[in-house]
Design a protein around this ligand. Structure first.
Ligand code: SF4
Ligand code: SF4
Length: 154
């Protein structure tokens, strides 16, 4: 039985493909092979029932492939999967299936993947919690405003 999963909040995925590149680099994957791919769903116009047909379906949905081993070597060192670590939108998460399912129940437009039944060597598998990307990053800092230029003299 798989114990661990990736939870991806595709509502906030920008399609930047940092996860794709990080995964290829980490696992030294050759051209034409991937551990995760970003699928493009849209854009296409919704029906009349959805805001009078004015809204569009357009989602970027990252999907791990059969080559995903959930970054077993990194996990054994206490690190997060590299795709989670490098996601610029903080929309990827990793943990036990139970933890990720609980988060999925709180919000729609997420997908839960258990891509492998890998023999991941984590201490105390049932109570070990890897810091999530959001928790590790803490609250997002407010962007600094550029200082106003000095007033021009006439
Ligand atoms: S968990 Fe690791 S192997 Fe799986 S998609 Fe993410 S980076 Fe690739
Ligand atoms: S790194 Fe994050 S935002 Fe970028 S494509 Fe992957 S899941 Fe989406």
């Amino acid at each position: 039985m798989p114990k661990y999963a990736l939870l991806i909040d595709y509502e906030y995925c920008t399609g930047c493909e940092s996860c794709v590149v990080a995964c290829k680099m980490e696992h030294d994957m050759p051209i034409g092979k991937w551990g995760i791919r970003v699928h493009d769903d849209g854009p296409w116009q919704m029906n009349e029932e959805h805001e009078g047909g004015k809204s569009f379906n357009w989602n970027k949905i990252p999907v791990p492939t059969d080559m995903c081993d959930l970054c077993a070597d990194r996990l054994a060192e206490g690190k997060k999967p590299t795709c989670v670590h490098h996601c610029l939108a903080f929309c990827m998460d990793f943990g036990t299936i139970a933890e990720m399912a609980a988060k999925l129940a709180e919000k729609p437009k997420q997908v839960l993947f258990a891509p492998c039944d890998c023999d991941i060597d984590l201490p105390g598998a049932d109570d070990f919690v890897i810091p999530t990307a959001k928790a590790a990053a803490g609250p997002r800092p407010r962007p600094k405003m550029a200082p106003k230029p000095p007033a021009l003299r006439a």
